[in-house]
Write a protein that binds this ligand. Structure first.
Ligand code: URA
Length: 236
């Protein structure tokens, strides 16, 4: 059975600072197994019946939030001047240590996971695990069959970097669905730049086999279930 210090449990699970958790415990606001506990260092089983200010704890080691990222917001945890995706997470899903998994450009919209689980993020981002990210791209020119071959062979970017094989599906004359399993800086924009097209609009619609829900409005978030998280690591 996993045990943690009571102040750590209260701080991480109820999104308060460790200091505030200690003060609250000292003031008798925390109960374990129905009894008030004032020892904030007490090693406590994580699945004990714990309450804080009358609110029952449903312990989760980590949280996985799917956001439909809107335009104009930075993929970062915090910024001095600009609004970040973490600023948009609603109060009921907030925790210490949240960060976005990978970066979408400021003008890119769509599928973005925000979590406090570093191991998960590494697995989702690292090209080694070949988790494919699917984008819908609107271009300023006409797509051709040659571009499908160029993407499949692995585009060589202007600075000489070779990209892994990517899938390009032509949806309309100037709209494509692209799947890549890596996340180099401005990768989609730079890949299309090599074949002579500019990107007008970019939206990520899926990661692995998990798609952005159609009814999730831009700027909104939903907490992912274990089954949904597994879909991320399932081939699309
Ligand atoms: N590729 C880009 O160019 N921008 C993004 O935001 C994501 C992938």
């Amino acid at each position: 059975m996993k045990q943690e210090r009571l102040d750590k449990i209260i701080a991480t699970q109820f999104n308060v600072s460790r200091r505030d958790a200690r003060i609250a415990i000292r003031r008798g606001k925390v109960k374990v197994g129905g009894k008030t506990v004032r020892d904030f260092g007490l090693l406590t089983n994580i699945d004990s019946e714990i309450s804080f200010d009358g609110q029952a704890l449903n312990y989760k080691e980590h949280i996985y939030i799917l956001m439909n990222k809107p335009k104009g917001v930075l993929s970062a945890s915090s910024d001095k001047n600009k609004k970040t995706v973490v600023d948009l997470v609603p109060e009921n899903l907030r925790r210490q240590g949240l960060f976005p998994v990978g970066r979408l450009d400021k003008d890119t919209t769509g599928f973005l996971i925000i979590t406090d689980d570093g191991d998960f993020a590494h697995k989702a981002i690292s090209p080694k695990y070949e988790v494919y990210k699917t984008y819908i791209v609107q271009l300023d020119g006409t797509l051709t069959e040659d571009m499908i071959t160029a993407f499949a062979d692995g585009i060589i970017l202007a600075d000489g970097t070779k990209c892994r094989k990517a899938t390009l599906e032509i949806l309309t004359e100037n709209t494509a669905r692209v799947k890549i399993c890596e996340g180099k800086y401005h990768q989609i924009k730079r890949m299309f730049g090599v074949v002579g097209l500019g990107v007008n609009e970019l939206k990520r619609e899926a990661v692995g086999a998990l798609s952005l829900p159609k009814d999730l409005a831009e700027g909104d978030c939903v907490e992912l279930s274990t089954a949904e998280i597994e879909q991320i690591f399932t081939d699309c």
